[in-house]
Design a protein around this ligand. Sequence first.
Ligand SMILES: [Ca+2]
Length: 103
Amino acid sequence: PDTPLDEGEHEFTVVERDPAGNESRPSEPHVVIVDTTAPDQPVIGEVIDDVGLVQGPVDNGESTDDTTPTLVGKGEPGDTIVVIDNGTPVGETQVDEDGNWSF
Ligand SMILES: [Ca+2]
């Protein structure tokens, strides 16, 4: 399109016209959803330690002996959560249909 599409759902169809001016029936629709809005700022709900004598949630700034703690939180279903450790991405996980994610 010459004009950028608005945010939201766009149902495209096409019609073919020959040099004599005969037009086909319209094509089956093809729906495209334009989404240029960033998700809300996410929150790390909890970090869980499941190793050793002391287990359970690890508070912000607290120590743990679990070298593979589990991070959990909420998000928009279908979105991807990118986990970043000291500025370096270390993995990704999907937000499930109930809005929960875990890594
Ligand atoms: Ca522990």
